[in-house]
Design a protein around this ligand. Structure first.
Ligand SMILES: *Cc1c(COP(=O)(O)O)cnc(C)c1O
Length: 303
């Protein structure tokens, strides 16, 4: 079984930029993207208690859902293999003639891929749909899309243990990109009252994440000590969308810091952070930690 001892503790990398010095802001990135060669980012935290539960309930197969470029599917395929579990990935959309590198990697890790239409995919949480799947593929432990359930959130609470603050009397701010906001929910549930958390939503449209976070916190019986909010201004047109300005920003950031970002999650988070610093929304003298949640697929051949 894959265990915490197979992972390196995430380091905090300091970022230096003139605007940070000007505003006396210290900024570090928590490198969750570097904890394991194959199972990286926030996805390990979301998976670990799910894989333990699958084992404890004597399942030998785990099944989950994702798009054709899902970081969750990649992590699940690798983590299942390393844990001695069979894995099934139910993928949104028709089967392509040639698998993309993400799906090829998942398959090489031993994952069985099932492609379903976009209309069927919308029913992925319906009990009848799950039952029909079970009849087709046999018994499995179900992990929802993104690993975003209460066990996933429980794992993400452990990310807060790695936030080592340096300045006692400055405002403490932790920032992360949000898709489902399960990671944010976990972190917020474990933060002390002197910290604030901001989630940068990568989704377009009105904020659907705050109600979801509240409902998960309620299900956990948790009243968080820390303040938190979701920022919906930095999605750049919606999930997976990018543009030249965002691409240039990410390239320039990597050039200055050596830290690679991607356009789906971490690029939008860092873009949002610099905008919030420029606008004064991040208080003068703050200490900021931004989560590098991974997503670079740097270990996938020919990515
Ligand atoms: C999945 C993912 C996220 C989003 O996590 P949620 O818990 O769904 O909000 C953020 N960053 C990266 C790189 C991811 O792969």
């Amino acid at each position: 079984m894959l265990a915490d001892s197979d992972f390196s503790a995430p380091v905090l990398d300091a970022i230096d930029d003139p605007i940070l010095r000007e505003r006396k802001i210290t900024l570090r990135m928590l490198r969750l993207d570097r904890i394991h060669p194959l199972v990286s980012g926030n996805k390990w935290y979301k998976l670990k208690h799910n894989l333990l539960a699958a084992r404890a309930e004597s399942h030998n197969t785990v099944l989950s859902f994702g798009g054709a470029y899902s970081n969750h599917i990649v992590a699940l395929a690798a983590a299942s293999k390393l844990s001695g579990l069979r894995s099934i990935g139910v993928i949104r959309g028709e089967a392509p003639k040639i698998l993309n590198p993400v799906l090829q990697f998942a398959q090489q890790q031993g994952m069985t891929l099932h492609f379903i239409s976009r209309s069927d995919y919308r029913h992925k949480a319906d009990p009848e749909f799950i039952e029909a799947l079970e009849q087709r593929v046999g018994d499995f432990y179900l992990i929802p899309e993104g690993g975003s359930n209460l066990l996933g959130i429980k794992g993400c609470a452990e990310i807060a243990d790695h936030l080592h603050w340096q300045r006692k009397d400055s405002p403490h701010l932790v920032l992360m990109a949000c898709g489902t906001a399960a990671t944010l929910t976990g972190v917020v549930s474990a933060l002390p009252s002197e910290c604030e958390a901001i989630g940068v939503s990568v989704l377009k449209g009105p904020d659907s994440l705050s109600p979801q976070v509240n409902s998960w916190l309620h299900a956990l019986g948790c009243t968080p000590a820390a303040r938190w909010s979701i920022d919906t201004q930095f999605h750049h047109g919606g999930y997976g969308k990018t543009n030249p300005a965002l691409n240039d920003f990410m390239k320039a950031f990597e050039g200055r810091t050596g830290i690679a970002l991607e356009h789906v999650y971490t690029g939008k988070m860092m873009w949002g952070l610099y905008k919030m610093i420029e606008s004064g929304e991040v208080a003068f003298g703050s200490e900021v930690i931004a989560l590098h949640t991974g997503g670079l697929a740097q270990n996938i051949p020919s990515w």
